[in-house]
Write a protein that binds this ligand. Structure first.
Ligand code: NAP
Length: 187
């Protein structure tokens, strides 16, 4: 209806004014501020599809979330708390660690001080996590592979630190991963 507040997502949406097909516009309920609606359409839906479709997280699962104080990371912390999973987050500063804890993370690793795979083993025991959600890419890829447990999943959905260098199929053969997935434009 004319005057409705709406969100939509597409190439060309990052602009002050834009035209969009009416059927692609999603009405924003009056209780939701515009900045929350704008964040939800990309970062929130990404987080939701990661935990529902890329790897269906169950209550009690241990989950490693890189950049837990970033946009997608903060959504993941909240959704995983609602599911009843145990979230281990990573961040670069004490302030960011506190922000993620305030949003539902159960454990935080300040990676500027501690080794992520070692801390994950301390928290989970030798088994590692059920799933890693890695939106950081180049700087975290190998640590993610060390942190994931037997028959777990590694979901690579972004490259905030740069692209992961090419790997061969043989790289995966010494791991007991069940599932490696690149989640590209998942929502
Ligand atoms: N596949 C999809 O559908 C999809 C959808 C949305 C976003 N993404 C991707 O997911 C990633 C995260 O998105 P976001 O919206 O959460 O981003 P964001 O809010 O900008 O957070 C990114 C975080 O990455 C960490 N980081 C580590 N190394 C970094 C570096 N060299 N430069 C910049 N940041 C670095 C930072 O946290 P620390 O300081 O704590 O390390 C930063 O807060 C991006 O690569 C984005 O393109 C993918």
């Amino acid at each position: 209806m004319p005057g409705d507040r709406v969100v939509w997502m597409a190439t060309g949406a990052y602009a002050e004014y834009t035209a969009c097909p009416a059927e692609k516009a999603i009405k924003v309920p009056s209780s939701i501020p515009e900045k929350h609606a704008a964040a939800a359409i990309l970062q929130g839906l990404t987080a939701l599809t990661l935990v529902r479709e890329a790897h269906k997280v169950e209550k009690g699962d241990h989950v490693l979330v890189h950049a837990a104080a970033g946009g997608v990371g903060l959504w993941l912390c909240q959704i995983l708390k609602a599911i009843g999973a145990t979230t281990i987050g990573t961040a670069s500063t004490a302030e960011k660690c506190q922000l993620a804890l305030d949003n539902g993370a159960d454990h935080m690793i300040d990676y500027s001080k501690d080794s992520v795979p070692e801390k994950v083993k301390e928290i989970c025991g030798s088994g590692g996590v059920k799933v890693v959600f890695d939106g950081v890419g180049k700087s975290t890829f190998e640590g993610s592979m060390e942190a994931v447990g037997r028959k777990g999943s590694m979901i690579s959905f972004g490259n905030a630190s740069g692209a992961v260098p090419p790997v061969t199929i043989a790289y995966f053969s010494h791991l007991s991963l069940l599932h490696f997935q690149v989640w590209a434009r998942g929502c």
